[in-house]
Each structure stands twice: as C-alpha cells, then as structure tokens.
Design a protein around this ligand. Structure first.
Ligand code: DX5
Ligand code: ZN
Length: 219
C-alpha cells in the first residue's frame, strides 16, 4: 500500500457522490476513513451525523474514525457506534476535566469501540492530565477544529514529540494542514496517523495525491 496511515477526511469531498468518492479513495489505497462530525455549537460549522456514518457503513468495510467536534460527546456516542463507527474521538475542550475525559473514554470503550481524545492548538497540554492512560489514541490538532483548508500550526510537532517520548505505545494522529510539506515533519516527530482533507480533495487524481503524500512522509 502506498498510503499507510493516511486518512482522508470526508469534509471537502463530493457529498453528492459519496459512494464514488469512497470507491476512488479505496482504489487509492485508503485503509481508514476520517469522518468530521460538527454540531454548529462546539465549532461554528455544521457537517453531518449518524445517517452519513450509517450510509458509509453499508458501502464499505473500512474502519471509520469519527472525529466528534460536538459539545456533548456522550450523548451521541452510542448512536454513532450503532451507526458503524469504529473509533470515536472527542475533544478535551468539550469535557470538564481530565478525570471527566477518562470517564468518557471508558464509557466509549465499554461500547466496544476505540476511544480517542483530541486537543486544539490553543489548549494547554496540561488539561489532558493522566487521561491518555485511558485512551487508544490522541488526536493532536494542527489547526483549530472547525474548517478544512487552514494552514498548519507547527505547535503540533512539539506536542507529538513530547507525547511520543512519554507514551511510546500510544497511537498519535494529526489533523489539519497536512500536505506534501508538513507530512514528513509530522512523521519525524513520531506521528502514526495523518488526516488529510484539502491535499487530497483539492486534486483531481486521488491516487496520485495519496501516493505523493506517502512518499513525502518517508523522504
Ligand atoms: C478540521 C477537520 C479536519 C479537516 C482537515 O476541523 O478536523 O479533518 O478536514 O482538512 P485539511 O487537510 O484541509 O486541513
Ligand atoms: Zn478531523
């Protein structure tokens, strides 16, 4: 596979042709889909919810990595799992404390799926406390959550380096402004999973775009 760890973000795809879009991504070597769920409250943007997740689930066996940019993650966790999510990532900014985050992660895992916690660039890493001991993945945002097409904030690289040192086994994902220039830097910092929106969906040929990203990652 030309694209280990590259997760296309279904935010800027053609939602009028979702099935075709997924087929094109699969043909390009995609192994996991990243779904951006926004509630118009936690972030000033609105995307989609369970019907799209459930519709995708009927058309693909790919794992669905669901990024919940919503104010009340637990209210929608079970419906998302029922719809077919395989991993649910909520934001540390959406809960009251690191202890609360650990409880939310525990509840998500009890639903039989993986739990991730995401952190925005402007949020202190201290807010995570010890909750990373209770999660399967940490999502280090390299843009403020809410919109595709923003430019990469390099604070994410320092964060990934620190996390990699402290948690050698933890799955680390990065999201926002990942392109041919930034993906290699994120890989070098110790990142495992790379969410990509514009750098794929802004191109006509997804296979070529993903293959170039795969090469840029290891160069
Ligand atoms: C931003 C979303 C991202 C976004 C990435 O809130 O979480 O997944 O789609 O898009 P690009 O790659 O364009 O920054
Ligand atoms: Zn995302």
């Amino acid at each position: 596979n030309a694209a280990p760890g590259i997760l296309p973000s279904l935010l800027q795809c053609d939602f009028g042709n979702l099935q075709t879009e997924v087929e094109r991504l699969v043909a390009a070597g995609t192994e996991v889909l990243h779904l951006d769920v926004m509630d118009g409250h936690f972030v000033p943007n609105l995307t989609y919810g369970m019907p799209i997740v459930e519709g995708l689930r009927r058309h693909t066996d790919l794992p669905l990595d669901v990024h919940l940019m919503i104010s009340d993650p637990l209210a929608y966790a079970q419906p998302m799992v029922d719809a077919g999510a395989d991993l649910l990532t909520f934001h540390i900014e959406a809960v009251d404390s690191a202890e609360h985050a650990a409880r939310v992660a525990h509840s998500i895992r009890e639903m039989g799926v993986g739990a991730g916690v995401a952190i925005n660039p402007e949020t202190s890493m201290d807010t995570l406390g010890d909750c990373l001991d209770e999660v399967d993945m940490v999502l280090v945002m390299s843009v403020q959550a809410g919109f595709g097409g923003q430019s990469f904030n390099p604070i994410a690289l320092d964060r990934i380096r620190q996390l990699r040192q402290r948690y050698p086994e933890l799955l680390i994902e990065i999201d926002g402004g990942i392109n041919l220039e930034t993906i290699g830097r994120a890989r070098q910092a110790g990142c495992d999973l790379f969410v990509v929106g514009s750098a794929i969906f802004g191109q006509d040929d997804y296979s070529a775009a993903i293959a170039s990203l795969g090469r840029a990652m290891v160069d």
